[in-house]
Design a protein around this ligand. Structure first.
Ligand SMILES: O=C(O)CCC(=O)C(=O)O
Length: 392
């Protein structure tokens, strides 16, 4: 029987030998590697740029994490006892690993389906079109093929398309306009779907902020107010099937530098979370949304809540997709824990910083990994730029 690999008609990874003349666009830093279309057969031997060290690949158990499933219907019912119980579940999970899932979250399942459908509209575009929408150096928006224009080793086996969502925008077409200008009129409908998706994510994120505040015992509206005028980031991930899935990763081990991540993965599975020195698989649940704490929220909780260490595996036979909404504060907001969170004489774990500084650090100086926040704090404290830590 032929492998189900052939099911995939979406774009796949293509390697161009550096010496071979190319019709396709070539990136600046890593001349040999770009993503292309319908050329899976060229995959051949795994290119070294995609090989990950064995320490990042080991322990691929299929043991599932027993993370809490938090039912958000309680917010509609206004049942304070149920809300307190949910907050306790969230607190336990965030103190331990920073990860939980929510159900009855109010996001229309048809909207989630439509958002998946539109992932295909983006990644099945011709390579030239995608490269025309390529993310600019230091920026976050646009198309990226394996981040090959930024890094030359440990490349993730995936394509991404990212865009910003301003929580406060008066325009109800900010994303539609962005898609039209970056990918053309044909992608207007895709923009409309993601406009709605981001609006739903923003609303949900504020409910979760309220739950987090309750769980930390601070003013219930504190984080909601802090993020109301945020500038979030939406990312569509497309992971092509990979002949050597055991040698590479779709997304390497990292914590998110952002505040809170709301993720939906398709039924293929591959998301893993690191808990008690072990990687655990996260079971795909179509009705649930995955929530994880990021570095900025860890700072906002004075280190009480853990920024979740996670990664994504690729599949030998099946393409995989995920929809990721990274909640971020407005860029100039000062990140500091609320006063009433700090117990008397409790030391601040992290000095004040702005999201724009941390963001710049991760875009220009540091590849997000397990130590991003600590490295950023050291970087900020170094007055001499030459001694600033960097892992590029
Ligand atoms: O695709 C996934 O499940 C994880 C994605 C992720 O961690 C990321 O895009 O930062």
């Amino acid at each position: 029987m032929s492998p189900p690999l052939m099911e995939s008609s979406a774009s796949t990874l293509v390697i161009y030998p550096a010496s071979q003349p190319q019709q396709e666009p070539k990136n600046e830093n890593n001349g040999g590697i770009v993503f292309g279309s319908n050329l899976q057969q060229m995959q051949g031997e795994m290119p070294k740029e995609f090989l990950w060290p064995s320490r990042d690949l080991v322990d691929t158990t299929q043991e599932e994490l027993k993370e809490p499933l938090v039912d958000l219907a309680i917010f509609k019912n206004g049942d304070e006892k149920a809300i307190a119980n949910a907050a306790e579940l969230v607190r336990t999970a965030c103190l331990k690993h920073g990860f939980f899932q929510v159900i009855n979250h109010g996001v229309d399942p048809d909207l989630i389906d439509a958002a998946y459908h539109e992932i295909d509209s983006i990644f099945k575009l011709p390579l030239s079109k995608k490269m025309g929408a390529k993310r600019k150096p230091g920026g976050v928006s646009g198309y990226s093929g394996a981040h090959a224009d930024r890094y030359s080793s440990k490349l993730p086996w995936k394509e991404t398309f990212s865009f910003l969502y301003d929580h406060q925008s008066f325009s109800n077409s900010q994303i539609v306009d962005n898609f039209k200008s970056v990918l053309g009129e044909d992608l207007q409908h895709t923009g409309r779907v993601y406009q709605k998706y981001c609006e739903a994510m923003k609303d949900l994120s504020l409910v979760i902020m309220e739950l987090l505040a309750i769980s930390l015992g601070v003013d219930r509206g504190h984080y909601r107010r802090f993020f109301e005028d945020g500038d979030s980031i939406m990312r569509c991930n497309y992971y092509p099937p990979c002949n050597s899935a055991n040698l590479t990763l779709g997304t390497g081990p990292h914590t998110d530098p952002t505040s809170l991540t709301i993720l939906h993965q398709d039924q293929v599975g591959g998301l893993e979370v690191f808990v008690d020195n072990k990687w655990f698989a996260v079971r795909p649940r179509s009705e649930a949304l995955v929530i994880n704490i990021g570095d900025t929220f860890m700072a906002l909780s004075n280190g009480r809540y853990k920024s979740c260490l996670h990664r994504a595996l690729v599949n030998t036979y099946r393409e995989r997709r995920s929809l990721v909404y990274f909640v971020c504060p407005r860029e100039d907001k000062i990140v500091r824990p609320p006063d009433n969170l700090l117990c008397r004489n409790e030391e601040r774990k992290y000095p004040d910083f702005t999201w724009s500084n941390l963001f710049e650090f991760t875009q220009k100086h540091y590849r997000a990994d397990v130590a991003t926040l600590q490295s950023f704090i050291e970087w900020q404290q170094c007055s001499n730029s030459k001694s600033k830590p960097s892992n590029f």
